[in-house]
Design a protein around this ligand. Sequence first.
Ligand code: RIB
Ligand code: CA
Length: 318
Amino acid sequence: MEKTKIIMDVDTGIDDAIAICLALGSGAFDVLGITTTFGNRKVDVTTKNTLKILELIGKTNIPVSKGAAKPIVKEYFSPEKSIVHGADGLGDMENPLPEPTIKETGMSAVEFMAKTLAESDEPVTIVPVGPMTNVATLLMTSPELKPKIKEVVVMGGSMLKGNASPVAEANIKQDPEAAYILLHSGVKIRMACLDATWNGYVSFDELEDWKTDNKLSRIFYQMCGIYSEHYKLRMKNPGLAMHDSMTLAWIARPELVKSEDYYVTVDIDGRYTYGMTVTDVNRVTGEKPNVTMSTDVDRVPFINMIKEAIARLSSEMK
Ligand code: RIB
Ligand code: CA
C-alpha cells in the first residue's frame, strides 16, 4: 500500500495518543515527524506525553518537535486538571507511563515543519489534532512552502453544537485566529468536525474488550477512565469519541467518512460565538467552498481500524 507522508501536530491528550497509535500501527502512513502544541494541557506536558507514548510503543525513531505554548493573539488558560484528559493529560492512571528517556529534536515545531516540507521530494499531508497555532504560524512565515503541503486534514470545528462553548469546538476555541488563518490560506483542507467525530465512538461495552484484548489496549483501557466518564456522564454520548483518529482514518480509508464541501470561516470577535466555525451549508454567501467538512462516519470499521492498529503495535512491543 502506498504510504501517505504525514506530519502530525498534537496536544497529547488521550485521543491524540490513540491517534498516534493509529498513525504508527495502521501501515498506511509514513510519519515524518510529530510536532506538539498547547491545548489539552501545557505544551511541556503534551510534548512529554507524546514522547511517553512513542517510547511505550517502541517508535523512538519518530522525531518530536515542541511547538506553541500559547495562541497567536490571546492568552492560554490551562486548568489545573482537564475534566476530559486528567491533570497529566493521559488519564491520571494509577500506574502512569514512565518519564520518557527519548528527547525532542530541539527544533521548534514550525522549524521542523518547514525543514521537512522543504526537503520532502513530494507534498506532505499535515494532520493537526490540537489548536492550529503551529500550522498557522508556518503558513504566515513560510508561504512559499504551500505547494509542498498536499493537504491539511484537521480535527476541529463543528457545524452545529460545540464542546468548548455552546457553539465552539475545543481545538478552534483555543486559538480561533490560527484557525482563521488556516481556513483562509488557500491550502486544501479536510476538517474532521464534531458532527462526525461524536459518532466515531468506542462504545462503553466495546471499551470493556480493550481490558483483555492485548497489553497495549489494556493500558489504553486504564487511560480512558476519566475520558469514559466524561462521555457517559457529561456528554451523554453512547461512547468515547475518537475525535483525533478520524483524521487518519479519513486519509487511509476515505470511504468511511461522509463529507460536503462548504465555505467555512471562524468567528474571531463574537461575544458568545468566539471560536465558532461558521459553515455556509445553504450556500447563501456566494463564497467558494474552502473546506471539506465531515458529516458522518461508518463507525464500526473506523473503530476496528483503531483496534487493529493497537493490536499490531502491542504484538511488536517488548
Ligand atoms: O474537540 C476535540 C479535540 O479537543 C480533540 O483534539 C481533543 O484531543 C481535544 O484536543
Ligand atoms: Ca487533540
